[in-house]
Ligand binder design. Structure first.
Ligand SMILES: NC(=O)c1ccc[n+]([C@@H]2O[C@H](COP(=O)([O-])OP(=O)(O)OC[C@H]3O[C@@H](n4cnc5c(N)ncnc54)[C@H](O)[C@@H]3O)[C@@H](O)[C@H]2O)c1
Length: 451
């Protein structure tokens, strides 16, 4: 069987876990937990080959090649971002996989399309509506195309709901409610990473794009307009949780030394548990899931803390989205919740669908999680429980990888699981429309954002 050649741009946590390791067949896991990602079940080395790595941090590239050497595997050719064209000449990839920070996607996508090379990009496709416009224009001028890894579509529960809608179980969709909760650990972790700044798009684009894409895909209508409110309520210098102690973890900034009895940071134990804040004196660059240092992105002498002044995004949103076919979405999210997951409700002209997906801080599923309730308007309500694997985004990632790297399944074609650049652009536009709506206090149409 012939294997397709892939270059990975961005040796990120996500790039390693979702693409490099499975594509290289590093699925077994090792005692040191570095090569091989415990949760990855699929070995795609029979149909895919990683032929080059691009990253702006040479220490991460060196570190990964050292891991390969130690495992007796061949090192991979490695390139800096400005050597992208040379990489295409030398490595001759069939496609590039873009897994760098959101604000850096546009440059790779546009450069690959200009060379006629296929693109698979992580969500969000890009970090702004202007960048989405430039990708759509570049794709129009290229023989190659763009696929966006909107993996949430692939969760078993969502496929089941999409099948119900396509089968006419609730008639024409009229409204959706999606109430999303990101828990205190996961939520706080974003505010110690690049995601916390608008220059990278912010969480309205980075995180909410998942949810906007999911709803747009389920509803099957084009998004037209968004209006929302939002604020920074939990993190940043004015957080009500900001401790009154002299310094944050590792001497990090942000602690409020003003009058009042000393208090401790309530987020800190969770942040330490997620590994994004080191325990102790520091002095070393943070490492990600795979023991590779983020020497450039998170240098040891510039610790990030959740109360820093540099945070310039919101952590709470409520929004309304209008769709072209008359449906509407009521959406809300916050990034400091006591549980992780969401309540989804979809009403149609002939019935409704409801589902809860969630787990508590103890990691246990909430009662009723992943049970879909289908209620015809004038008939018997029924429920179906969907068993979802716990890892890899409830099993969505391996399904998506099979589609991307082995071949699109009949189910994928029937449900329209693969996300196009236009769908990627809609999700980005809704994300930008949301935060701009918070700032400018007016609705934004997708047409004005995407041109
Ligand atoms: N689909 C999902 O469920 C999912 C989950 C997590 C992350 N993501 C996406 O994956 C991507 C990576 O996110 P992450 O949190 O894993 O990243 P990360 O912070 O772990 O790593 C970022 C990597 O990119 C490198 N980098 C920085 N600038 C670069 C540039 N210009 N060119 C090449 N490399 C550069 C850094 O050195 C680092 O190796 C993002 O687009 C994110 O939105 C998707």
């Amino acid at each position: 069987m012939s294997t397709k050649r892939y270059a990975v741009c961005g040796l990120s946590n996500r790039g390693l876990a979702a693409f490099v390791h499975p594509l290289m067949g590093l699925t077994g896991g090792r005692a040191d937990g570095v090569l091989g990602y415990g949760g990855v079940s699929d070995d795609l080395s029979g149909s895919a080959q990683v032929v080059a790595l691009v990253d702006s941090d040479p220490r991460r590239l060196d570190g990964f090649n050292a891991q390969l050497r130690a495992a007796g595997a061949a090192e991979l050719p490695r390139y800096s971002p400005d050597a992208f064209d040379r990489m295409i000449d030398e490595a001759a990839p069939d496609a590039v996989i873009v897994t760098s920070p959101d604000s850096t996607h546009e440059a790779y996508i546009v450069a690959a399309l200009a060379r006629g090379v296929e693109v698979i990009t992580e969500k969000p496709m890009v970090s702004s509506a202007a960048a989405a416009r430039s990708v759509l224009a570049a794709e129009r001028d290229s023989a190659a195309g763009v696929r966006v890894t909107h993996n949430l579509r692939y969760a078993r529960t969502h496929r089941e709901i999409k099948r119900m809608i396509l089968g006419g179980a609730i008639g024409a969709v009229t409204r959706v409610t999606l109430d999303y909760h990101v828990d205190v650990r996961h939520g706080a972790s974003y505010f110690t990473r690049w995601n916390r700044q608008r220059a990278h798009g912010g969480l309205a684009v980075h995180k909410c794009c998942h949810h906007f894409d999911l709803v747009t895909w389920l509803v099957g209508q084009e998004p037209v307009e968004i209006f929302g409110y939002g604020a920074l309520n939990y993190y940043g210098p004015r957080s009500p949780h900001r401790p009154r102690v002299p310094a944050g973890p590792d001497g990090g900034g942000g602690a409020d030394a003003s009058a009042g009895p000393p208090t401790a940071d309530p987020y800190l134990p969770g942040l330490r548990a997620t590994g994004v804040v080191a325990d102790g004196a520091g002095g070393q660059a943070r490492t990600g899931l795979f023991g590779l240092p983020y020497a450039e992105q998170y240098p040891a002498d510039r610790p990030m803390y959740i109360y820093d002044d540099a945070i310039d995004i919101e952590d709470t949103y409520s929004a309304v989205v209008a769709y072209a076919g008359g449906a509407s979405l009521g959406y809300s999210i916050d990034f400091s919740s006591t549980w992780e997951g969401y309540r989804l409700g979809i009403s149609g002209t002939h019935g409704s669908i409801e589902m809860l997906h969630g787990r508590g801080l103890d990691g246990e599923p909430l009662p009723g999680s992943d049970t879909i309730a289908l209620a015809p308007l004038f008939g018997e309500r029924s429920t179906v429980h969907v068993d979802a694997p716990s890892g890899e985004h409830a099993g969505a990632d391996p399904e998506m990888r099979r589609d991307l790297f082995v071949g699109q399944s009949a189910e994928s074609r029937e449900l329209g699981l693969a996300a196009s650049s236009l769908e990627g652009a809609w999700a980005v536009a809704l994300g930008e429309g949301l935060w701009r709506s918070c700032v400018e206090h007016r609705p934004f149409t997708v047409a004005e954002l995407l041109g």
